[in-house]
Design a protein around this ligand. Structure first.
Ligand code: TMP
Length: 206
């Protein structure tokens, strides 16, 4: 049976990941692939419940508790959604995965990176994406773009310094794994971002 392909999309909050994921799914469907789109934390009933807990803005949460919740959601998601889809030969497009844990819980929250890596490998049963598209933009510019559009959400709640640190974390990861993590300039218009993504997919053999 042919093995599927696993692609993830990462970036700071507000980088346009979710829109690009949908456009990318449509493109791959048009190319004839069987595509599953999903997200983290989430993607299954139980993992979506964990998402509700971990993203609850009212609840202050200990960093170790937080990482375990993200990873519990991932273990469930990998076993019940991602692995079966890959085994059925599908392309799985996932909005965030282990790179987010390395950046948010490791790089930003300060849990030792080697530990986070080991925990991520355990949670995902060592499953890794073959390609990760990093939608990159300076948080200052994203903030301005969002203010122009009247959008207010997690990006503003977390603050600019937090988002700058997140960006730094993603860029540092991308530098350490240039073959897997490909950067795309998220400040371009939607069509130009999508064109860059399609170019990367072609380079990856899609
Ligand atoms: P999003 O679905 O809007 O991208 O939001 C998910 C949030 O969860 C985002 O702020 C990043 C955060 N997150 C982590 O902190 N660690 C993780 O492992 C994952 C998957 C997400």
């Amino acid at each position: 049976m042919k093995q599927g392909r696993f692609i993830t999309m990462e970036g700071v909050d507000g980088s346009g990941k979710t829109t690009q994921l949908q456009l990318t799914a449509r493109y791959l469907l048009d190319c004839g692939y069987d595509v599953v789109t999903t997200r983290e934390p989430g993607g299954t009933k139980m993992a979506e419940r964990i998402r509700g807990l971990v993203l609850d803005a009212d609840a202050a949460i200990n960093a170790r508790t937080e990482v375990m919740l993200y990873l519990a959601a991932r273990a469930e998601h990998v076993e019940t959604v991602i692995k079966p889809a890959l085994a059925a030969g599908k392309v799985v497009l996932c909005d965030r995965f282990a790179d987010s844990t390395l950046v948010y819980q490791g790089y930003v929250r300060g849990i030792e990176i080697a530990k986070v890596k080991a925990l991520c490998a355990f949670a995902a049963d060592s499953l890794q994406p073959e390609l990760t598209i990093l939608l990159d933009a300076a948080p200052e510019a994203l903030l301005q773009r969002r203010a122009d559009r009247g959008v207010r959400d997690r990006f503003e709640q977390e603050g600019l310094d937090f988002q700058k640190k997140v960006r730094e974390g993603f860029l540092s990861l991308a530098n350490s794994e240039p073959d897997r993590i490909k950067k795309v300039n998220a400040l371009q218009n939607t069509e130009a971002v999508q064109a860059d993504i399609q170019k990367l997919l072609k380079e990856a053999g899609f």
